[in-house]
Design a protein around this ligand. Structure first.
Ligand code: ADP
Ligand code: MG
Ligand code: ZN
Length: 620
């Protein structure tokens, strides 16, 4: 309390001082508005094309079933009918009417801005002016409400509403999450049953998961399954520049939801409002008030009103604990990146929507897309379709899939002109990786392909295809993987000489070091370091330091990492030196054909029985 008082006083003093500058500030605002008006009229000049048909208010009500989209701005509604005709109508703003139109599947956008100004250019001067106002009035909470409210009209609350046709059938591969959310659907459908029982029903559901895992999709599917309206906003829209605006906007969306129960109120990127409170963020007080208002609203409506608030975030760890308390977002559903069978299901779902040739193996594709989200997989098939069209095919062929996957994983093909000697070195480098992989074929993932086509930052690569989603590695696997990773560099050494080695092994060395470090410090695979976990932590400057480790342990860890990498280097060297002829053959095949499949590599390496024998001796 006392704190607040002193704060108040000091800001009063500050305003008195700043008054003197007010004429300059008003001049700036005036100029800002002037520019805004000019650019607005400039923009609206080329805005309208075909004249829309005029509808009366009763027309709108009578023909609500024909409406496809509706954009409401003050009392003017514009949009298109289902047959494509543009219309314009003067309406009275009425939530019941909106609900009726939304009922028939129309998408409604409400635009509260006083003028139709969009785009950075037009907003910039205003924002500049507002920044000034904010700067002056910052801290004087009392006087700002009125300004906030009038500015609210300048700053549209983006709410989109419709009745989604999306159902759980459109969501693939995350069955357990769907199961959990079925209960929410059940509640929305059978409110009475729950009420009669006196059951406490969820008010808020938090969907947490990486981007593209289908959070928005799931939220829409819940509304679609329950056949209730879906109101969507984004948390980032609430972090306004003007103090008090976020609060007003929160009030507004809940008002809207309450008048349309039962419904789903979806707040995307909720971490933008609900971030853990801290003292050093810019404009923190305002965000805190917005968050408080959200909490008040969520506590405010009775349990059985039939509003379910669904929040989505990819940073659940950042959320303020208050948001997660009972009666708020008390139901949390984590959506993980899909596992192999999940990816398979998602691919099969989207493969139905495009034409895929019979020889495309989606199961293999699911194997080779570890770490892809649902959105990535959808994108992959789309890229593949584009590639097929560009190459004059009417169905997606395996090569289109391959190309799309490589493009997403590694970046687009580089039309980089390579010097012949660089190309030769790359071929030997990749042949080294490929050969050592073959030597450990029964321990590590099989080779999918090796290529010397440059892509992204890589000059070439050897891809492996996991049989299954891996959850852990054996010590033998770690050792073999280290040998494979370093084999590229070793091959350069063996075939070109120690003074000809290149920087091209940069990422191989980085990944080998990472794996060795993980195995030694975290997974307890090194007898010398033992079972104690010595965690890595990165501090602000990006340097990683060993935690709970004495200096001696840190030295031991460094030494052990070096030992492991040296051993892997020696191992790869032994294998390559012993089998020079085969590796040369592999490299030459790569030079002529650029890409070799796993089977082709196998054929070259194990084509004769002699190498098969060597394989046995090599593994000892
Ligand atoms: P998020 O909100 O988690 O970032 P979205 O719901 O926006 O992800 O997903 C983007 C798109 O990716 C969806 O519209 C959908 O087409 C596709 N998608 C993602 N996950 C799935 C899934 N599990 N099943 C089907 N499609 C999915
Ligand atoms: Mg989303
Ligand atoms: Zn390499």
């Amino acid at each position: 309390m006392e704190n607040k008082k002193t704060k108040h006083n000091s800001s009063m003093v500050a305003t008195v001082k700043r008054r003197r500058n007010s004429s300059t500030i008003f001049l700036v605002i005036f100029i800002g508005l002037f520019i805004a008006i000019i650019s607005q009229s400039f923009m609206s000049n080329n805005a309208n094309d075909a004249a829309p048909v005029e509808l009366t208010f009763s027309d709108v009500l009578a023909r609500s079933g024909e409406i496809e989209t509706m954009k409401i701005h003050e009392d003017i509604a514009t949009g298109t009918l289902r047959d494509g005709t543009k219309y314009k109508a003067t309406i009275s703003y009425d939530p019941e009417m909106l609900a009726k139109i939304a009922e028939s599947g129309a998408t409604i956008t409400i635009d509260n801005s006083k003028s139709m100004m969009d785009g950075f250019l037009t907003w910039f001067p205003i924002i500049l002016g507002l920044l000034f106002i904010f700067w002056i009035f910052r801290g004087i909470r009392g006087g700002v409400g009125g300004i906030g409210r009038s500015l609210m009209n300048q700053n549209p609350t983006k709410i989109t509403t419709d009745k989604p046709k999306t159902t759980f059938k459109d969501v693939a591969g995350i069955d357990s999450e769907k199961q959990e959310l079925m209960e929410v659907v059940d509640f929305l459908k059978n409110k009475e049953k729950f009420r009669a029982l006196g059951a406490r029903v969820p008010r808020g559901v938090l969907l947490a998961g990486e981007p593209g895992t289908g959070k928005t999709l799931l939220a829409r599917a819940i509304a679609g399954e329950a056949n209730v309206p879906f109101f969507a906003t984004s948390g980032s829209d609430f972090s306004g520049i003007i103090v008090g605006l976020g609060v007003a906007k929160i009030k507004e969306i809940f008002e809207m939801a309450k008048r349309n129960t039962p419904c789903i109120l979806f707040i995307d990127e909720i971490d933008a409002i609900g971030q853990r409170r801290n003292s050093y963020a810019f404009n923190d007080q305002d965000r805190e008030q917005t968050l408080n208002q959200l909490l008040i609203e969520m506590d405010g409506f009775a349990n059985d009103t039939g509003i379910i608030v669904i929040g989505a975030t990819n940073r659940p760890d950042m959320l303020d604990a208050a948001l997660l308390r009972p009666g708020r977002f008390d139901r949390q559903v984590h959506i993980d990146l899909p596992d192999m069978s999940g990816r398979n299901e998602i691919l099969n779902l989207y493969a139905k929507r495009v034409k895929v040739a019979n020889d495309v193996n989606l199961h293999d594709l699911a194997r080779g897309t570890t770490g892809f989200s649902g959105a990535d997989l959808e994108n992959l098939l789309n890229e593949a379709a584009l590639h097929a069209v560009r190459n004059g095919r009417d169905k997606i062929a395996p090569i289109d899939i391959e190309e799309a996957r490589d493009k997403i994983l590694m970046g687009p093909r580089k039309v980089r002109k390579m010097r012949p000697e660089d190309k030769k070195l790359t071929a030997y480098h990749e042949a080294g990786h490929a050969f050592v992989s073959m030597m450990y074929a029964d321990i590590i993932d099989p080779i999918h392909k090796a290529t010397i086509i440059p892509r992204g930052r890589a000059l070439g690569m050897v891809q492996h295809l996991p049989i299954d989603d891996k959850v852990s590695m054996t010590l033998a696997e770690v050792r073999a993987q280290l040998s494979v990773s370093l084999a590229g560099r070793v091959s350069e050494e063996v075939f070109f000489g120690a003074d000809k080695i290149t920087t091209g092994a940069e990422s191989d060395i980085a990944s080998a070091t990472r794996l060795a470090r993980y195995a030694i410090t975290t997974a307890g695979l090194s007898p010398r370091v033992g079972l104690a976990a010595v965690h890595q932590s990165s501090n602000f400057s990006g340097h990683s330091a060993l935690e709970n480790a004495s200096e001696k342990t840190a030295e031991l860890v460094d030494d052990e990492i070096r030992n492991w990498l040296n051993a892997a280097h020696e191992d790869a060297k032994k294998l390559l030196v012993k089998n020079r002829k085969t590796v040369e053959k592999l490299a030459n095949e790569l030079l002529t054909r650029e890409t070799l499949t796993g089977d082709e590599i196998k054929q070259i390496v194990f084509g004769n029985k002699k190498t098969a024998k060597r394989k046995k001796s090599a593994k000892k």
